[in-house]
Design a protein around this ligand. Sequence first.
Ligand code: SOE
Length: 379
Amino acid sequence: MAKKKLNVAMIGYGFMGRAHSNAYNKVNKFFDLEYEPVLKAACARKEEVVKEFAERWGWESVETDWRRLIERDDIDCIDIGSPNNTHRDIAVAAAEAGKMVLCEKPLAMNVAEGVEMTEAIEKAGVANMVWYNYRRVPAITLAKQLVDEGRVGKVFHYRAKYLQDWTISPNVPQGGATLWRLDADVAGSGVTGDLLAHSIDTAIWLAGGIDKVSAMTETFIKERATQDDPNVTKPVKIDDACAFLAKFRNGALATFESTRYARGRKNQNTFEINGDKGSIYFDLEDAHQLQYFNHGDDDHVHGWRTILVTDSEHPYMDHWWVPGCVIGYEHTFINALADFLKSLETGEAVQPGFREALETQRVCDAVLKSAKTEAWETV
Ligand code: SOE
């Protein structure tokens, strides 16, 4: 059957521009969907860079000003993969022009921007999604299924870590095309918005809303050169590390920790949930496995089991390879995009949309505030 065309424009060409472009190229090869994305236009400020990007990934045309994309009648959907300080203006303008909006995480620089964006999206009634891609790791989706099936029961504890080690050297500069995540004026915050936002999104999804937080942050390296001009050094304003305690609305207690200074940890994103009926543990560095403890097992076989999440009964895996053949990081974006396209078919909103991502933004802002006030802050 002929597919319905969805004309997409991609803003940004970096890590996320590539991850999303890959998803647009592959999604219809692996999922049977009514909709088919058409890679209409790629946009970035530097013409030669965006031309090279468009050619490599199959985008039909290029623009150097995102406002041109908003004006174009042949674009249905704007995908924002550019730095965080651009999200608000693009999302609001796109929504006002009646375009669907996909946005890379975190939603915004802060809650005030997130509210503006969410209100614009909801006023326009346009389809939207925020790319919290880890929800689409099959093992994490399976964790959600186990929670929803009541296999964890009443949750007492949630423990999350998100650790990396790529900023330990004082010689890493800040800002510029590839290191804007280290510049607070562009990123909004450091590990809180970049890494803990993932952990918070997963936590809210699996265990419910967060009521209050008590946080500490640290900036280990106080000054860095700028990527665009190595002779200019600026104070570092991002949080290099953050740890916080949290209380969920359902009474569960949580700890969250994130840093880019955990030597040897490249992208270790873990969580453990302990409930009265069972526990679950996940580590992104073993992404195809989920650990599960079932208190309901007979006493003599009690023990943690490791589920190899590659069978066709497992979330998303019937679209991929045969059991035992694992999928990877890029597939989480393809799975997310498939869910978005499916939502256009069914009319049922995909999650997380802007509204859900705003809730994560509220937790991030409360965490950063608490680190300053050294007091508990309500979300
Ligand atoms: C930061 O290093 C980063 O690229 C994040 O921005 C991504 O969201 C995360 O998934 C991997 O790490």
